[in-house]
Write a protein that binds this ligand. Sequence first.
Ligand SMILES: Nc1ncnc2c1ncn2[C@@H]1O[C@H](COP(=O)(O)OP(=O)(O)OP(=O)(O)O)[C@@H](O)[C@H]1O
Ligand SMILES: [Mg+2]
Length: 256
Amino acid sequence: MYRIIAVANQKGGVGKTTTAINLASSLAHFNRRVLLIDMDPQGNLGRGFGIDIALLTKTTHEVLLNDITIDRAIRRTIIKGLDILPANLKLASIDVEVAKIDLQPFFLLKNALNTMSKQYDYMIIDCPPSLGLLNINALIAADSVLIPVQCEYFAMEAVAQILSSISQVQAAFNPNLEIEGFLLTMYDSRTRLGTEISTQIRGLFKEKTFLSQIPRNISVAECAAKGMPVTLYRPSSAGSLAYLSLAKEIMDHEER
Ligand SMILES: Nc1ncnc2c1ncn2[C@@H]1O[C@H](COP(=O)(O)OP(=O)(O)OP(=O)(O)O)[C@@H](O)[C@H]1O
Ligand SMILES: [Mg+2]
């Protein structure tokens, strides 16, 4: 039994990749087996583990196009129990390549995951800041969507857009897709906007909003450049503790 969680919001820079990396490392901290999947051509997920992604030849791109099996492309990370399927810029051309061959364009990821032999408790998919083919693939393969919301202007517009995409995917392809939860990121209780957005989201989505909120935290910002999750880089920082608490909330859903 495993759970596939897509981390999605088409708004750029809201903390998707940071959340994917640090949620995954936190789940691994609690002895869960986790696979991280990069669906973003920016490739920041692999970079966050210090992987030199530019010249990789076994990436999400080859897996989606069925050139290699997913088993061959999965790599270990520095965190025990945490593996990764990295991506790089090649993934940007997937739309064109899919058009050339006879594959169902929206089911590439789901089909690839069906062939996987290794067992995991969680798979966390890092989505790109767009609503195109890669995002739809992630939402079709996933059991649930975790939506990071940055506490700043236009946050609510972005939330409305991602909810509309989720409804469309539910209606057409994946009726069982759930909302895992809304996660407030880069939260700063000292700013009026921070508390305003937090109150708005909690008012609208109630128990679907995680109790854990991720503070704006220097260690979280630094850890990516160090090539490691914050739970390893600064285990007792406020950012690390917030992601560990998020992981606990998600594991609480395991009994559902
Ligand atoms: N809690 C935090 N505290 C401080 N900085 C943060 C925090 N979360 C994310 N950041 C920083 O904000 C920037 C954007 O974060 P991230 O790359 O995770 O967003 P994203 O949604 O994945 O972006 P994109 O849409 O480009 O994929 C990064 O520089 C990251 O280090
Ligand atoms: Mg990202």
